[in-house]
Write a protein that binds this ligand. Structure first.
Ligand code: SDX
Length: 427
């Protein structure tokens, strides 16, 4: 229980001990507390970082109250409709949409680096066949730091750029191989005649002994999934990448740490958890029971795919994914009962006082699993797809952090443990 209180007063003029207010381009202002401890010997306490801006960034902006998501200022809905993942990756990394020449150069760089060193393929064989693809991706991406360590001088912009290209270029083969290895299928190599999404789909679902024609409707739907998942400000996995990068760690090791963080069911692992939840619900009649469980404080159960730390309105991505899911299911002639259950669940939950009061809406993970399942992805590959997309955001934040100089991320703590005591003499 607090015994003292401080009431910050907003003033136009600095006074002794006052802290400056920083204004960004969009969104909430921030109190600059960098000198607070040095000047006042007191820390700010914010577990979970609900009220903390960890850095300045120009990459992505989320307005949670109005359901707005901008990549370098461009609304996610417009990018999903008019752009493609490779162009969006360029935009996130460089800050501007590429000219046709810049896009061609960028595409060719990705094609030049999309193969895995043949020895990397042996890393997969060290895993059990039933290893979760996210565990495999953490291991293999981390292992790439052993292949590309001495060749990366973080002070050299060309080396930084090449590391970012290597990560975006190689992730499709790593993700596809994390799946094909689990089903004992020899891995197909990239086909440089295909676009990024089609290439991944042929590596994922193609067999080495026959041609594999990628359905253009599915390739476009998958590309939209990659665009929607590419970045999202300082989410847990991106903050993990940034924190690892702040010590000067190898970029492949930093992204491996990001994959590990994304895997959690409270984060990117939610898309897999949503599918399991919808399957367990089974029929629309069971929805009231599940809603009651999600509201029951004595239960740790949460409605997976619902709620968000920042969005207190609809996640704009979930709307686009829901449309894509309906289109793909129609295109494939699939009548997936889980889509109807999901839509009814959304309808009931978003009218229920508990969810309305807490501003809990469907997030990006709520419909993505239904779309990925319709495309043939096994449930345990859903988060691997998220990691494939988010690599563009992770490398963009890694690059942005290299140009900052705020030093290593080293939070303090509010110590509540034992006071100093001596080792017992009679021990
Ligand atoms: C992603 O950060 C990002 O940007 C992430 C992401 C990205 O692109 O990187 O958008 C991707 O991770 C989306 C989120 C996917 N996770 C899930 O769908 C898992 C289910 N959602 C929850 O675990 C939760 O909503 C979080 C983790 C997403 C957000 O948690 P917060 O912000 O810490 O919210 P909270 O725990 O403070 O909840 C506030 C209240 C609590 O009730 P009270 O204590 O006030 O009574 O809302 C309740 C919570 O119990 N609540 C839920 C709920 N989410 C919050 N109750 C039931 N079901 C839920 N899903």
């Amino acid at each position: 229980m607090a015994s003292k209180f401080v009431t910050p007063t907003l003033t136009d003029q600095p006074t002794d001990g006052s802290l400056p207010i920083l204004e960004g381009t969009l969104g909430p202002a921030a109190v600059d507390i960098q000198t607070l401890f040095a000047r006042q010997g007191i820390l700010a306490y914010d577990p979970g970082f609900r009220s903390t801006a960890s850095c300045k960034s120009s990459i992505t902006f989320v307005d949670g109250d109005n359901g707005v998501l901008l990549y370098r200022g461009y609304p996610i809905e417009e990018l999903a409709q008019h752009s493609n993942f490779v162009e969006v990756a360029y935009l996130l990394m460089n800050g501007e949409l590429p000219t046709p020449n810049q896009l061609r150069t960028f595409q060719n760089e990705l094609l030049d680096f999309n193969l895995l060193h043949d020895q990397v393929m042996s890393f997969f064989r060290g895993f059990r066949r039933d290893a979760h693809p996210m565990a495999v991706m953490v291991g293999v991406v981390g292992a790439l730091s052993a292949f590309y360590h001495d060749v990366i001088d973080l002070q050299n912009p060309a080396d930084r750029h090449r590391a970012a290209i290597r990560l975006i270029a190689k992730m499709p083969m790593i993700a596809a191989a994390s799946y094909t290895y689990s089903v004992g299928r020899p891995q197909r190599y990239p086909n440089n005649e295909l676009d990024y999404s089609s290439n991944f789909l042929q590596m994922m679902f193609g067999r080495p002994n026959r041609e594999h024609k990628v359905d253009p409707v599915l390739a476009r739907a998958f590309d939209v999934i990659l665009i929607l998942h590419a970045d999202h400000e300082q989410n847990a996995s991106t903050s993990t990448v940034r924190m690892a990068a702040s010590s000067g760690a190898n970029p492949f090791a930093c992204v491996a740490a990001g994959i590990a963080s994304l895997w959690g069911p409270a984060h990117g692992g939610a898309n897999e958890a949503v599918l399991k939840m919808l399957s367990e619900i089974g029929t629309v009649e069971n929805i009231p029971k599940v809603i009651a469980r999600a509201k029951d404080k004595s239960s740790s159960f949460r409605l997976m795919g619902f709620g968000h730390r920042v969005y207190k309105n609809f996640d704009p991505r979930s709307r686009v994914i829901q449309q894509q899911a309906s289109q793909v299911l129609t295109h494939l002639g699939i009548d997936d009962p889980l889509l109807e259950i999901a839509m009814r669940l959304e309808e009931i939950a978003t009218k229920d006082e508990y969810f309305v009061e807490r501003k809990l809406y469907p997030n990006v993970d709520f419909y993505s699993g239904i779309l990925l399942r319709a495309m043939g992805f096994p449930v345990n590959m859903f988060t691997a797809v998220f990691a494939l997309a988010r690599t563009a955001g992770w490398v963009s934040h890694w690059l942005e952090l290299q140009s900052e100089n705020h030093g290593i991320d080293r939070p303090r703590q509010l110590y509540v443990g034992s006071g100093k005591r001596s080792y017992p003499a009679n021990k």
